[in-house]
Design a protein around this ligand. Structure first.
Ligand code: NAD
Length: 350
């Protein structure tokens, strides 16, 4: 592929995820390359540009970002900023006529997600959400097994995504800050469990109930919830129980059970080293469908191909919007103490 055909991507936000996972993955991705950096920290941007062999005229900051519109070396942007900034930066990128890959969660509210989708449509540019598990071999194999009905009819999904966050205040850690992170672990780590329940059932829930916990005397939880647990009921009759927490001993697990067997994944949605056991009556098999860490490069390759060939995106803005609608419904159910009924597009009934 000639450099002209390779999609040039500007990275917006040089934080931990961008530096440690996404930028190194470009080396193994097909059809795209890092074309520019956008950062509020000039010194860091220079150091990162040097490490990636990028000339300094490829560095933008949050003030001169608009100039990127006339930079033909940049076809797309990858937004890797705190969640509360995703919608505004997606709109700026679409105004500059660039395609957008945006980290999960898509945004803070369904209204913001709808704004992003509308901006993408106005610009005629792609919008993809960074749901990396849709490109990870263990989760892909799990989806396949569910489609093949390897467990019989699916009855119960359980997910746990939890860890204990360090002592900090909302001013010190954006993940504890409602304006930047939303309600807490559910949007962040817990979103993996919610997503797994949706891609394993292949359904959208018809009703849900939830509990949240916010110990406000803890400086970490002045603005966000420490814990959320949710029960989803799907049209097929399958039920999912999701637990997520920023204040309990670490766990990353997904299990699915049907009449004929169980699939147990632990860790289920990690960057690397996921594990999976398939149990049926009389058999227990450890499955090793691939190397988990390819997910980052595969996600980038998929985005690049969709941009180059104007192809359908596996994890589009509409998927991000559906999930944020569900998260809003979960918080509403927890606040009201009621079971809420949902339409097929995850909006609330009545
Ligand atoms: P981080 O705190 O390490 O990085 C955030 C970056 O945004 C920093 O470079 C920071 O300087 C910059 N920034 C700009 N304006 C800011 C502001 N007002 N407040 C705070 N920071 C600001 O965070 P991260 O872990 O890299 O997360 C960034 C995004 O990536 C989030 O959307 C997060 O949900 C997502 N993420 C996804 C995964 C995944 O597995 N898909 C993993 C981690 C993070």
């Amino acid at each position: 592929m000639s450099p002209d055909e390779s999609v040039g991507v500007a990275i917006i936000g040089l934080g931990r995820y961008a530096l440690a996972q996404i930028m190194p993955a470009f080396a193994a991705a097909r059809g795209c390359h890092i074309a520019a950096l956008v950062s509020g920290n000039a010194g860091k941007a220079k150091r990162v540009a040097a490490a990636y062999g990028l000339d300094e005229d490829r560095i933008y900051n949050y003030e001169n970002f608009g100039d990127i519109a006339s930079d033909d070396r940049v076809d797309a942007v990858y937004i890797i900023l705190p969640t509360g900034l995703h919608a505004d930066w997606a709109e700026k990128a679409f105004a500059a006529e660039k395609h957008v890959l945006c980290e999960k969660p898509m945004a803070l509210s369904a209204t913001e997600c709808e704004r992003m989708i509308a901006a993408s449509e106005r610009a005629g540019r792609k919008l993809m959400i960074g749901y990396r598990c849709h490109f990870e071999p263990y989760n892909l194999r799990a989806m396949e097994l569910m489609r093949e009905k390897a467990l019989g009819d699916l009855r119960l999904i359980r997910t746990a995504h939890q860890y204990r966050t360090g002592m900090a205040t909302p001013a010190e850690n954006w993940r504890l800050n409602r304006a930047l992170a939303g309600g807490g672990p559910l949007e962040d780590y817990g979103l993996y469990g919610l997503q797994a329940s949706l891609y394993l059932t292949g359904e959208t829930p018809e009703s849900l109930s939830a509990y949240t916990l916010q110990p406000k005397n803890d400086p970490r939880f002045q603005e966000i919830f420490a814990h959320a647990s949710t029960q989803l009921r799907f049209p097929s009759g399958a039920v999912a129980q999701l637990a997520t927490s920023y204040d309990s001993f670490g766990m990353n697990a997904v299990s699915a059970r049907g009449a004929k067997g169980a699939l147990v994944m632990e860790p289920a949605t990690s960057y690397s080293g996921n594990a999976m056991v398939l149990q049926t009556y009389g058999a227990r098999e450890t499955l090793t469908p691939g190397t988990s860490s390819v997910q980052f490069a595969q996600q980038l390759s998929h985005f690049a191909k969709a941009v180059r060939e104007n192809a359908v995106i596996r994890t589009p803005g509409e998927m991000g919007l559906r999930d944020i609608r569900l998260i809003e419904a979960i918080y509403k159910a927890a606040a009201s103490g009621r079971t809420l009924a949902l339409n097929a597009d995850a909006t609330l009934k009545d």
